[in-house]
Design a protein around this ligand. Sequence first.
Ligand SMILES: C[S@@+](CC[C@H](N)C(=O)[O-])C[C@H]1O[C@@H](n2cnc3c(N)ncnc32)[C@H](O)[C@@H]1O
Length: 227
Amino acid sequence: MTQADDASQRAWPDFDPLEHVVSERRIERIDRILANRIASITAVFEDIYDPHNVAACMRTCEGYGLQDVHMVTQKHGYTTPSTITKSADQWLTAHQWENTKACVEALKADGFGIWVADLQAEATLDELPLEGKIALVVGNEAEGISAQMRELADKRYMLPMQGMVQSFNLSVALAISLQQIVPGKRAQLAGGDLSRDRQWQLRQRWLEYGVRHAKDVRQAYCDDPQP
Ligand SMILES: C[S@@+](CC[C@H](N)C(=O)[O-])C[C@H]1O[C@@H](n2cnc3c(N)ncnc32)[C@H](O)[C@@H]1O
């Protein structure tokens, strides 16, 4: 039995009244996805100015089963049109940072290594040992990675280009990077590694999506816990 299967079979701290109104199939899906969420890989979008690119990155991260993403908005604010994220942003935890230094310091304090996708790097991703918690950083459309991010990086890697164009779109670079590291990390973890507390908190929120008057349902249960 994998760690994820095991986690999904453990009891939640409490009964969620929304389980009365959400289909069993959807509850099972939510529980399975939460049990497989990866907290030890995250992505950082450094000063991306096109919200479509931010949205594409978010959708990619969600699809790979990451939970946290980080946005440095030193030069540009960000907005994520939900038509492009296909609502991926509602399933993610997005952290916004005023500048590169604050973002990197917080990630390092949380034990993350900063792995920067950088056209000027020499190493390729497969040359880097897949150890510890990893924050993958992509840079912006025009300037790429900032000098400061480059300085603060623990590792820098390039994705080999075989054609005439200089670079991949940043969301594509992120997807290629995730494809190279997520399967290996999943194999190491035998599933996901999001803490049970965080799973529980997210579960409560995720159960609310699609339930009209979720608060009222919860309140009604508190007033009269009999099914
Ligand atoms: C469109 S590229 C930026 C191009 C920019 N002119 C430059 O010189 O970096 C946006 C981001 O995607 C990532 N990226 C794109 N292609 C890459 C590659 N072949 N290797 C590594 N990173 C790449 C990098 O993080 C880059 O900062």
